[in-house]
Write a new protein. Structure first.
Length: 427
């Protein structure tokens, strides 16, 4: 089962550059209308460059993972010919450049970074992470605005559902344009286009290669309180040029997906915000109609700030999520997460999260080989980070992460414990 889980995408404010220690290929741009952030694991190392500045930065991290390949046990490692030891230590050397420029009412941002990742034992996995993102937040008068941009990311595919000791490099390209028209002080119409391309280096993974064309329109009511209530329509056409082998049959996994969702960003009080994105989703496969889906997808989160130093986010979701973030063989995911941050002092911050997700592959079982019921699983993650800022430009972060997978009705699963020390300096 060489796939991973997906969450509904959301757009990250572009004055923030997110660097995730050790993990590779972190996409930084998504759909502007999806405003339900739920996943901050592992806690991100965030650079906030000064406005109207070009900011070079460097970083270094060292991490130890008790099971980086996410193998079931020592016997599985021995079967791969790597001995009974599962753990490894990783070092990451990062170089980057963040750009923030404002020209009249136009706001230009960009981030370019490259990281060299070295493994102590599993040298076959040594690689370079490459990330490039650029965005133009455009304004035309007082009533029209939007974004035009692109991003590119390349890095090692995570091992949650891919357990081979092979350098499986994943490359993702994204181009998008969106805009909104404030045709009334309380009403806004918006729309957007997104083109995405995903590619894998390994021949065994190339059935997951695909392109996606996405079109979206929406209508929002802007309340005087600052809350937003809206509806959005989205159509996605996905093309998978390389067929998938399913029980001896070659299946082309392209699909068309239509969504009608309500979008709510509700300011309940000065300390509490509620976010909801949910509605009807229908997916029609080009082949293998047994994998079609029609049903409710929803995601809800609440942000609570009881004091100026403490923040809490509670989230829950029920949705189809491709086991690769753009794959077609999907699971029905049900999950919840709890995250909290505490600004202990001016220089010290604590961040913690627990996350639970149950994946059911039955709806996409195909002819019975891929996505079978035996692959249903439960993922649990726990993370704790301590962030220390000796100076305004220097940041040090120590993170501990525990991840487990429990496979129901069959063999598999893993337990992984890791610790990472990350430091970066912005010039």
């Amino acid at each position: 089962m060489n796939r991973r889980s997906k969450t509904e995408p959301y757009r990250v404010p572009w004055k923030i550059v997110i660097l995730i220690p050790i993990c590779s290929c972190a996409a930084a741009q998504a759909v502007a209308a999806d405003l339900v952030p739920t996943d901050i694991m592992p806690p991100a190392d965030i650079i906030q460059p000064p406005a109207d500045a070009i900011t070079p930065y460097v970083g270094y991290s060292i991490g130890h993972d008790s099971n980086p390949l996410r193998l079931q046990n020592s016997a599985a490692a021995q079967a791969m010919g790597i001995g009974s030891e599962l753990s490894d230590t990783t070092q990451r050397y990062l170089f980057g450049l963040a750009v923030d420029k404002t020209l009249s009412r136009q706001h230009l941002t960009a981030n370019l970074s490259a990281a060299k990742v070295d493994y102590n034992r599993f040298g076959q996995l040594d690689h370079y992470d490459k990330n490039l993102a650029a965005n133009w937040n455009w304004h035309a008068g007082d009533h029209f605005e939007g974004n035009i941009g692109a991003d590119y990311s390349q890095g090692l595919t995570p091992f949650i559902d891919f357990h081979l000791l092979e350098r499986n490099i994943r490359t993702q390209e994204n181009v998008y344009a969106d805009g909104s028209w404030l045709f009334h002080p309380s009403w806004r119409v918006r729309g957007g286009l997104t083109y995405t391309k995903l590619k894998y280096d390994l021949a065994s993974q190339q059935p997951l290669d695909n392109t996606r064309n996405q079109t979206e329109v929406g209508l929002d009511y802007l309340a005087a309180s600052g809350s937003t209530f809206g509806v959005q329509l989205r159509h996605t056409h996905a093309d998978f040029p390389n067929p998938e082998l399913d029980n001896g049959l070659l299946v082309f996994n392209g699909y068309n997906q239509d969504e009608v969702k309500a979008k709510i960003d509700w300011l309940l009080s000065g300390k509490t915000q509620l976010h909801f994105l949910g509605g009807w989703v229908s997916r029609k496969q080009d082949a293998a109609a047994v994998r079609d889906f029609s049903g409710i997808n929803s995601r809800l989160s609440a942000d609570w700030s009881p004091t100026g130093k403490i923040g809490v986010t509670v989230s829950g979701w029920r949705e189809i999520g491709a086991v690769d973030d753009l794959s077609t063989v999907y699971s029905l995911n049900r999950g919840a997460s709890l995250a909290s941050s505490w600004q202990y002092s001016e220089k010290i911050k604590l961040v913690a999260q627990v996350k639970y997700q149950k994946r059911d592959f039955g709806p996409s079982s195909g002819t019975g080989t891929l996505g079978s019921l035996n692959q249903n699983d439960i993922l649990r993650d726990t993370a704790l980070s301590v962030v220390y800022n000796p100076t305004q430009r220097w940041r040090v972060q120590l993170s501990g992460i525990r991840s487990t997978q429990t496979v129901k009705n069959g063999p598999g699963g893993f337990v992984s414990n890791g610790v990472t020390l990350n430091t970066r300096y912005a010039f």
